[in-house]
Write a protein that binds this ligand. Structure first.
Ligand code: UD1
Length: 367
């Protein structure tokens, strides 16, 4: 029996690994697929809820790393994951995305000589102030196999000199999860419970340090959302980092004074998906939400200087908005008053990506 470990750590990893776990069940007579959870995210709302909504089994190992500086978090992940690899002796390790757990675990497994694949490889924002960009560059430069979601990833890996026969354009496992959960999201009563009407509200998420760690930037964003409540209801599931900063920077009053600006706790996958699919538009700084809105055809304003997912702006419904008050105000006015950008689904974002990945990996480890 061959053993494969997939690593999850933070919220955006869960929906990428859930379909991979399911896909490996087709090979259960020869392959044991184990999920290792580093515990980078640990709140029930940031972690457990996703295991339930995505029908993932409990992780085989939970490392309980928790929060810390980048160095502390990554170092703890490495120390603990090395023990796991010594113990389980996996034949193959899969890391996904761009979080600290991704880089920490790949550094460990590659150095132990365990073939390691990066799922969602080759993406680049070319903004080295983003911790995720450093994680992407580091992970891609050491992994043995690369699974790619979009053309820009293929181009980047080719520039980097990755051998063609180890780079696989397979599509996007996050969209597999979206297809999997959509029927349940359609049944969800969550939007109505919040008193929202279909297409009558904007959905907001903001958690990047560049948007929420600067008091002035966060204040401006909240003030603009407050202004927008003249036109739309707003629902804003708030990441713990953002929640802490709103309170620490003394900005809670803006929210208290605007009842149509609804701040709610971070949501599980099904509730969040139901909010996204019924929204008039989405404003975000997330990576994954740019892709999910493109797959759903929902207009998305991404408040960032760059995106590592350019296919969502080239083919999809995503528009990149510079994180400055005038640009954001203009974009909000345009999206309310002007015709919307129409999008297309990017190649291979068809819900079958994890099957392709599992087949390729089983082929590799069977040789
Ligand atoms: C991490 C990822 C980011 C991803 C985001 C999604 C890195 C470098 N960043 O950022 O790419 O988009 O997850 O959510 O890996 N906290 C809690 N409870 C939790 C988790 C975090 O309260 O369950 C708080 C802690 O105060 C922590 C802070 O949020 O210090 C930030 O968490 P951390 O995991 O360091 O990074 P994220 O901002 O969540």
């Amino acid at each position: 029996m061959k053993k494969i470990i997939s690593v999850v750590g933070a919220r955006p990893n869960f929906m990428k690994v859930a379909p991979i776990h399911r896909a490996f069940q087709q090979y259960s007579s020869s392959v044991e697929h184990l999920i290792v959870h580093t515990g980078q995210h640990y709140d029930a709302a940031m972690s457990d809820a996703f295991f339930q909504d995505l029908d993932m089994p409990q992780p085989a190992v939970f490392l309980g790393i928790g929060s810390g500086s980048h160095a502390v978090q990554t170092a703890k992940v490495m120390v603990e994951f090395e023990k796991v690899c010594e113990d389980i002796k996996p034949d193959f390790v899969i890391v996904v995305g761009d979080v600290n757990s991704t880089v920490g675990c790949s550094l460990v497994s590659v150095k132990m000589g365990i073939p390691t694949a990066h799922v969602e490889a080759g993406l680049r924002s070319f903004d080295r102030t983003m911790p995720e960009e450093i994680n992407r560059i580091a992970t891609d430069s050491i992994c043995d196999y690369w699974f790619v979601t979009e053309q820009s990833g293929l181009d980047e890996l080719q520039k980097q000199g990755a051998p063609d026969n180890k780079v696989f354009f397979v599509g996007n496992t996050m969209i597999d999860s979206l297809h999997y959960a959509l029927p349940r999201a359609k049944q969800s009563a969550f939007m109505k419970e919040l008193g929202l009407k279909e297409k009558g509200y904007a959905l907001i998420t903001m958690h990047r340090p560049s948007n929420v760690d600067e008091p002035e930037q966060l204040k401006n964003l909240l003030l603009m959302l407050a202004e927008l409540t003249d036109k739309r209801d707003i629902v804003f599931p708030v990441h713990p980092r953002t929640r802490k900063n709103i309170s620490a920077f003394g900005l809670s009053e803006i929210i208290e004074n605007h009842p149509r600006l609804k701040l709610i706790d971070p949501q599980g996958y099904i509730n969040f998906l139901s909010l996204m699919m019924n929204a008039d538009f989405v404003m975000t700084d997330s990576g994954g939400i740019q892709e999910e809105t493109t797959a759903l055809g929902i207009p998305c304003l991404t408040i960032r200087t760059t995106t590592e997912r350019p296919i969502t702006t080239i083919l999809g419904t995503n528009i990149l908005i510079q994180p400055e008050p005038n640009a954001i105000r203009q974009a909000l006015s345009d999206i309310i008053h002007l015709p919307r950008k129409q999008g297309q689904i990017p190649p291979l974002w068809d819900g079958n990506t994890a099957d392709r990945i599992a087949k390729i990996i089983v082929g590799i480890i069977s040789k």
